[in-house]
Design a protein around this ligand. Structure first.
Ligand code: COA
Length: 141
């Protein structure tokens, strides 16, 4: 059975979290609490998607924007469902939805050692920005 792509809702949280937790290469933090994801989805309506097959979530992509650039986080496809185009479909839906609201460029973060993810993203049209370094600061717990 082919999977269906539909908008992610906060009602999906537990199942998506279970998928993220077993997906190598996905790093979760306190920002991924149920409250954090609820706020993200409210601020970014109709941009994040899940792939559903036989009622089960087999893929997920969290997508949003800051008004000028888009961002895709935590793209995951269940191991049992990889290499069937689900990742590409999820990314396509995210990119189309961003384009529809005028966001012309999207960034994402990948662990440097996650070569499989780098290969995937290159395959779907992304380019590595080797001139950039990511920096972060914690200002509140
Ligand atoms: C990366 C991931 C989302 C790919 O999902 P998928 O559904 O298997 O990918 P698709 O089947 O849509 O593949 C799309 C293209 O990428 C290629 N591709 C997919 N996985 C690949 C891999 N590990 N290495 C090289 N190419 C890969 C496919 O061959 C396909 O190419 P084609 O369409 O030109 O033939 C999935 O492997 C995954 O969940 N990985 C663990 C989590 C992770 O690392 N996420 C990224 C965090 S940013």
């Amino acid at each position: 059975m082919a999977s269906e792509i539909r908008e992610m809702t906060i009602g999906d949280y537990e199942k998506i979290c279970a998928l993220w937790k077993v997906s190598e290469g996905v790093g979760l933090s306190d920002a991924d609490s149920k409250e954090g994801i609820k706020r993200f989805l409210e601020r970014n309506p109709d941009l994040s998607y899940v792939a559903v097959e036989n009622g089960e979530i087999v893929g997920a992509a969290l997508c949003g924007h800051d008004g000028r650039r888009g961002y895709i986080h935590h793209l995951s496809v269940a191991k049992s469902h990889r290499c069937h185009g689900i990742g590409r479909s999820l990314v396509g839906r995210c990119m189309f939805s961003l384009m529809r609201i005028g966001i012309g460029k999207t960034h994402l973060f990948i662990f440097g050692e996650n070569q499989e993810a780098i290969d995937f993203w290159e395959r779907v049209g992304y380019s590595q920005r080797v001139e950039l370094v990511m920096m972060s600061q914690q200002v509140a717990k």
